[in-house]
Structures are given as C-alpha cells and as structure tokens.
Design a binder for this molecule. Structure first.
Ligand code: CTP
Length: 405
C-alpha cells in the first residue's frame, strides 16, 4: 500500500530512535522510498550507517556535507510525507517555534508536503503544559500527530509518552494515504462548520497502578471525526486513551484521560461548536478517593467507593444553543430502542446512534458496527453491518440531512 511513496523520515534524539531501524525496514518492505534526516542527538542512539543501510539511501545529519551544502529545500519537496519519528520534546518545541539550528529543522521548515509526527518522551514531559502547547500549535499548522502509547518508559516509569510502535505508524500511513486529501474533495457540505467529537474510553485511576476503564477502542468516534472532516468541517476530537487516531488533516486531537478531563475539554470547546458527536465511552462512576500509594492486599474482600462522574452529554444538551446539533450514542444490551429514545429525549439530543452488543460484529473493538439512528423528528433508520468508516459516513449524511431540514 505504500508502494512508490516517498517518505522523508526525521529521526530526533530519543531512546525510541532505535525503533527507526524497524520502521525503515517495514517501509522499505512495503515498497516505499525512504530518505532519512537525523539530528546529532539521534546519532547517540542509533548510527547513520544502520539507517542508511536499511533505507538504501545516504543519511543526512548536518547542513554541510564535506564542504558541500545539503539541499534541504529539495528534500522537503521530494517527499510525499515527512514523518518525524521519534519526535522528542526538544524537536517538537523547535518545530512549534520555527527554530532552524539543525538540518532536520531546516528540512521541516522547507517541507511543502504533509507532516506527521510520532512523539516520544517521558510521561511528565508529555503532560507538561509547554509540550501540550507545542502539540496544539503543531496541530494548528495542519500537521498530524500519531498517538503516543502507554507502557514502560526509559525512566523506568510506566505511563503515556512511548513512541507508537512501528507497525502502528505504518497503519497510520496507510490511513493517511487512503484518506481523501483536502482540496480533492468535491462535495464539502460542512465547510465552515466546527465539529466537536469525543471518542475512546476514559480511564479512572484507583491508585498509581490500577484504574477503571472499558473496552472502547475509539475507532467509531475517530471514523466520525474523519468523515466530518472529509465533508469539510473543522474537527476537534477529544480522545480518550487509545492507540488509534484520526488521519484527516483538519482534525485536531485533544488527548484526555479521565471523564473529568473530557468534561473540561468539551465544556471549553462547546460554545464554538456547530455539531457535537459524543461517541466516547465515558465512565459513569469513578473512585471517590484516588489512593496515592499502591493499595496492599490485606483483607479477604475489598470495597471500592465510587462516585458519579458528570454526564457530559446531558450537560451539553441542557445548554444547547439554537443552532447547535447534538448527537449521542447509546450502547445497550437489552430494551435497546426504549433506552435509546429515553436518552434522546432526556439529554435533549437531535439524534442518537443505537448499537447493541447483541449484534455480532457491533460495538467495542470491532472494525465493523451495526447501528440504528433515531432523530428528534421521530425518524428511525436501521443500517446493516458495515465497516466503521462506512457507518461514520451514514451518520454524517444523517447529520447533514438534519442540518438542512
Ligand atoms: N455520556 C456522557 N457522559 C457520561 C456518560 C455517557 O457524555 N458520563 C454520553 C456517551 O458518550 C453517549 C451517551 O451519553 O453518547 C449515552 O451513554 P451510555 O453509556 O449509553 O448511557 P448513560 O447515559 O451513561 O446511561 P446508562 O449507562 O445507564 O445506559
């Protein structure tokens, strides 16, 4: 699927630079042409020789090369996509500021192709407000972020900030090249509209090692964000922890963890939104107290006291402006239609998307879904089992229809 694609890989100084070797192998195996630019710091983690052997191209590190000048402008123009992986906190900061003190930055600033980046850093650096601001800036430039993953970090801590696995980066590139490019879209009925979408699970900590969550992969909401973007909307995607992410260029991802984070992001972005789709599987309850040390097992049983989270959708429904269109989801196991209609009316929605776990291939973690749409005018539309991308298109078509009604 990447046959003939020209990939310009920027490797910056992070322990994850070792994964660049595997990433290049996968790219070359798919038939992509790969050229690599490294920072000097990246060379401390993996050698240019390794990456040039695997990419079958000379690897560039500095602006001067044996008294000749490396033409960073032409490199940026050569590529179909510039992929910065790993993107260290330092490199992200320089990109956000437009600094140009090494070849990678010069190439980045000259690149006329789409830019994707796969951040890699320790969890605290990842959550630092400076990093968050830099990411937001980069997304506002139209760049796409490949979601970070959770797991063991170089510091020995376990948390968010790991670079996406090379296989997941390849997956992202497949979707990047498969998605309709902006400008290539002939029909953009949602041009000028701002859409707010939530997707994925929320994670509610119990203590430093345990949490309450659910099986949501975020794929349905992400597909809706991409479909709204393909229809011309500018999209903000409030995304709970998942390794998947959007591919469309006009989707800005706002990563969140807990139901409270999701609530805050939704409230902050709601006033500007024309269309809101709440596809996230938000925790209804969270531990009343988050214990700051690992809970030791002592007694035979244990009771965890939970408290209700905010019902985000209900809050949005209660504060809905006359021109805002609000869509919710209803995942049920029984009395499906009754519960879905109850949510439609009680949460003041314009449309609700019902999916039931009783349908084979529907709901969490599948690549397919089977939905029935109920709108505020009493219209009911049942669809067969389809890919989540196709389901997303059906939902967006129904949104457009409701907007024009
Ligand atoms: N939702 C929300 N905030 C919550 C819980 C749910 O915004 N704290 C949203 C979901 O994103 C979904 C809709 O409300 O769009 C319905 O969620 P669902 O879990 O099906 O229903 P609940 O209202 O939580 O009711 P119940 O769990 O009792 O079925």
């Amino acid at each position: 699927m990447l046959q003939g694609k020209k990939i310009l890989l920027g490797v910056s100084g992070s322990i994850a630079a070792y994964k660049a070797a595997h990433l290049i192998r996968l790219l070359v195996k798919e038939g992509a042409q790969v050229k690599v630019v490294m920072t000097a710091a990246a060379c401390d983690f993996i050698t240019p020789l390794t990456l040039s052997t695997l990419s079958k191209n000379e690897v560039l590190v500095s602006i001067n090369n044996n008294q000749s000048w490396n033409n960073h402008v032409m490199l940026g123009r050569w590529a179909d996509v510039m992929l910065i992986a790993p993107a260290s906190a330092n490199t992200l900061a320089k990109m956000a500021q437009g600094l140009c003190d090494n070849l990678l930055q010069a190439v980045y600033l000259s690149a006329t192709c789409p830019v994707c980046f796969a951040p890699a850093m320790d969890e605290d650096m990842w959550h630092h407000p400076a990093t968050r601001n830099n990411i937001e800036k980069l997304l506002s430039y139209g760049h796409r972020q490949i979601p970070v993953e959770s797991g063991e970090l170089a510091s020995g801590l376990v948390g968010e900030g790991r670079m996406a696995e090379p296989e997941h980066i390849i997956d992202f590139l497949h979707r990047h090249f498969a998605a309709p490019r902006s400008g290539g879209q002939t029909s953009q009925p949602l041009k000028g509209k701002l859409a707010l979408v939530t997707a994925g699970p929320t994670v509610e900590p119990i203590d430093p090692v345990r949490f309450i969550s659910n099986y949501s992969s975020g794929k349905m909401g992400i597909a809706i964000a991409d479909a709204l973007a393909a229809a011309g909307a500018t999209v903000k995607l409030v995304l709970g922890p998942t390794r998947f992410g959007p591919t469309a260029p006009n989707v800005e991802t706002i990563p969140v963890k807990t139901a409270a984070d999701m609530f805050n992001s939704c409230i902050a972005n709601y006033p500007m939104a024309d269309i809101v789709v709440m596809a996230a599987a938000v925790a209804d309850y969270r531990p009343k107290v988050i214990v700051d040390r690992k809970i030791k097992k002592e007694d035979e049983g244990m009771t965890l006291e939970l408290e209700k989270t905010h019902d985000i959708l209900r809050t949005l429904g209660n504060n809905k402006g006359t021109d805002q269109l609000l869509v919710g989801f209803s995942l049920e196991t029984n009395n499906e239609k009754e519960y879905a209609l109850k949510k439609l009316h009680e949460k003041n929605l314009d449309m609700i998307v019902l999916n039931t776990l009783n349908d084979e291939g529907a709901g969490f973690n599948h690549d397919t879904n089977k939905v029935t749409l109920f709108d505020r005018n009493g219209k009911e539309t049942a669809f067969p089992l389809k890919s989540k991308q196709e389901v997303a298109k059906d939902i967006v078509s129904a949104i457009i229809e409701l907007q024009n009604a």
